[in-house]
Design a protein. Sequence first.
Length: 396
Amino acid sequence: MELKGKHIVLGVTGGIAAYKAAELVRLLIKQGATVQVAMTESATHFVTPVTFQALSGKTVFTDQWDARITNNMAHIDLSREADALLIAPASADFLAKVAQGLADDLLSTLVLARDCPLLVAPAMNRQMWDNPATQRNAATLRTDGIKILGPGCGDQACGETGLGRMIEPEEIVAELIAHFQPKLLTGKRMLITAGPTFEAIDPVRGITNLSTGKMGYAIARAAREAGAAVTLVSGPVALPCPQGVTRISVSSALQMCEAVHNHVGNNDTFVAVAAVADYRPIRTSAQKIKKDGSAPQAIELVLNPDILAEVAALPQPPLCVGFAAESENLHEYAEKKRRAKKIPLIVGNLIQQGFGGDTNTLILFDDDGQHPLPPAPKIELARQLVARIATLLEKR
Ligand code: CTP
């Protein structure tokens, strides 16, 4: 329910992606928003107002002269209570209108008369998007403070492939949720490690740690929502890259270490969430090891570099944040790790609470003492951690 209490006015313009706006309404409502739909006349040729009415539970408006609005002020009434006005899909024609400030139908009038942020999700053929006129209009919208979501790249209804399709409804909802988060890290850069590492024994076997990567990915998302430029160095996980985050995929601890050293230079903060394998096999067999009936081979191990400790020991380290996942003595072990690695903040959690799931319970340990964060979804905890990081960055 990340949009609880938010009132969204959704404008639907004419384009085949209008059918996806129906799913968008459903997802917005699932997140707790109330949704008022307004459509252009051409949008009604793709999907009927009845569809949106059924999904939103509210009368859908298409016409400026709708007699159901008694004072004939639909353009004012509909957007007054809105926390955001979202146009999805936004056709090339509609973007042009908004760029020019035209108001010749209900939706464009609503846009011009609005008193709330405007977000648009363009959807059009790739050549229409590439057209200098559309690009000029998009630049004007950006200058006017309008947030452009996408467009995405991929197959288009016309059979072509390229940039221009509307980003998916789930992505639009994530962008809207991000829009409402406080921008605590604007202009900051954050580097994050997440997931496990995999230390190969042979082409099909290896040593790894149990880690889904969910906490690290949630922190990447929360930092980006707060306005930071985020680079995520990720071990093998089954998670999609959070929107707007740059992901570097690695497998072993050595690869993770190299990627971190290559990128850490221009970051203000380094958050090490990865469950790095402490050891790796001294040798990796190029061929699959066969069982030949004799005694099993011993696997000789060597210590992996401690990525976090190395970064913390740089001459001008970023603000370093570590994680300590423990099965017992959380306070003692977490503080010990914080001191050993010489880092200002460590986040402790008991693996019995939250390991692998979508919720967690954390305790932050820093110079000011302990700050418990009660059980909550990982994204909520990640936002609280980001707020703490923002405070520490300010103090630096
Ligand atoms: N870490 C790292 N590089 C490593 C090992 C750990 O960057 N080679 C980071 C983790 O991302 C985490 C913190 O260090 O932020 C965990 O500290 P550590 O003491 O290494 O944890 P464990 O490996 O769990 O230690 P132990 O097995 O002793 O409990």
